[in-house]
Ligand binder design. Structure first.
Ligand code: NDP
Length: 256
């Protein structure tokens, strides 16, 4: 006969079906923080879509995770790309009930030296891109009666940083967006949270001199992508947390 598990955990899952999120789209999942999230979720048995502009790199990352994961090429700043990506995921993995937005770029520099084109590319990738993926994901999560979203912001979006005004604006925009969306979709059992990292060892920070900067970080070092991934997974799997910003910055915000 059929074994019916009746535990507090299975009863909670039955009541909150969206919390069974196990199919996750990771934009920016090919490298850095997104890749670390992918590794942790793969270990936990999630089926993943690894999404980035460079398909070759995304495919290599997906292959290393084991069987059953999908790699897709998409520029999050392009609506048609995002639409195609969600259709492709639906066909190959089924409905997505979990979304991580880790795709992001920076074009650091003083405002007076920043070209309009570089302002737009940061806003389009970091802010508009997340809006587009969230819109597509929410549509599908409403049908599934639940889901979880984590957007990657930045401590710079909360505190500001000289030489990063436009990048900071794009990340601060994500704060208002994530908190508003959290309110908008809570009744649909969809949760929206944000992780705001400090300095993390990835390609994005490879040019920075860690030695000179660690004085300003209470924990005295840059973070590892896996240390950020832990926080992302915590928020994905915390059924009663929404609209939260989890700062993972080695204490940077204490001094900033
Ligand atoms: P990386 O540069 O290491 O990785 C960025 C990822 O995003 C890659 O997978 C890249 O793939 C993808 N990506 C970039 N642009 C696009 C695009 N237009 N469409 C789709 N995918 C894109 O960056 P990090 O891992 O360091 O950063 C991840 C997120 O964390 C970013 O949002 C960043 O702003 C944020 N962050 C990072 C911090 C750090 O210290 N590293 C600190 C605070 C926040 P591809 O190039 O192939 O498209």
């Amino acid at each position: 006969g059929r074994v019916v598990l009746d535990t507090p955990h299975t009863r909670a899952l039955a009541r909150y079906p969206g919390e069974m999120a196990k199919v996750c789209a990771i934009f920016g999942g090919s490298r850095g923080i997104g890749k670390a999230v992918a590794q942790l979720l793969a270990q936990k048995g999630y089926r993943l879509a690894i999404i980035a502009r460079n398909l070759e790199v995304a495919q290599t990352t997906a292959n290393h995770l084991g069987a059953g994961h999908l790699a897709l090429s998409c520029d999050v700043a392009k609506e048609q790309d995002v639409q195609n990506t969600f259709e492709e995921m639906e066909r190959n993995l089924g409905s997505i009930n979990c979304l991580v937005n880790a795709a992001g770029i920076n074009r650091d520099g003083l405002l007076l030296r920043t070209k309009t084109e570089d302002m737009l590319s940061q806003i389009h990738t970091n802010l508009l891109g997340t809006m587009l993926t969230c819109k597509a994901a929410v549509r599908s999560m409403i049908q599934q009666q639940g889901g979880a979203i984590v957007n990657i912001g930045s401590i710079v979006g909360l505190k500001g940083n000289s030489g990063q005004s436009v990048y900071s604006a794009s990340k601060a925009g994500l704060v208002g967006f994530s908190r508003s969306l959290a309110k908008e979709v809570a009744r649909k059992k969809i949760r929206v949270n944000m992780v705001a990292p400090g300095f993390v060892h990835t390609d994005m920070t490879a040019h920075l001199k860690e030695e000179q900067m660690t004085k300003t970080i209470p924990l005295g070092r840059f973070g590892d992508p896996h240390e950020v991934a832990q926080a992302v997974v915590f928020l994905l799997e915390s059924p009663y947390v929404t609209g939260h910003i989890l700062v993972v910055d080695g204490g940077l915000q204490l001094l900033a």
